[in-house]
Design a binder for this molecule. Sequence first.
Ligand code: ZN
Length: 195
Amino acid sequence: MTRDLVGGHPALDLVNTVWWRGDPTRRVDRVPDLPAFLVWAARAGLGPIDVVPDAADPAGAAIATVHALREHAHAVLAAHATGAPVPPAPLRELHAAGAEAMRRSAPRLALPLRWERRAASADEVPDVVAGSLVDLLAHQDLTHLRVCADDDCAWLYLDRSRNHSRRWCSSAECGNRHRVQRFAARRRTRSSSAS
Ligand SMILES: [Zn+2]
């Protein structure tokens, strides 16, 4: 199942692991614990992570940090996508996490110089997440970062369509659901005006 990987960058897909963010009654976290996150990360291509899915995270510290980074990223990216001022506090947290991950990284001794943080144990997973978020925030073009037109969905994506006219996270999901709803509403209007 890859229909949830629509953000255009693994770090955006991570932010989108909260489903129905705009509707507290339906909101669900698709990566509630470390095993679920590791399965998801392998599928989403967020790595490099060499931690087995049943790895121990007894105190839940690794996944708690991943969740915190995800929420900082959501605050920054949702603001940017809607043209609101980017909140400085979560951006500072992301910068600090990225700087820490970089400090612990091993350099790739070739050009272009890159830093790589490979997670071999649970406690190293947040560094890989921070690295992916920094890549998104520092190196990707966020001019056409968008939020899904379905307020309940509120997924984020990079609109790479030619005219930058993409309205939905997925036309097959949110787009289709709204087309069906509009069609049903039109039919109701027509049948009530006919009676
Ligand atoms: Zn959507």
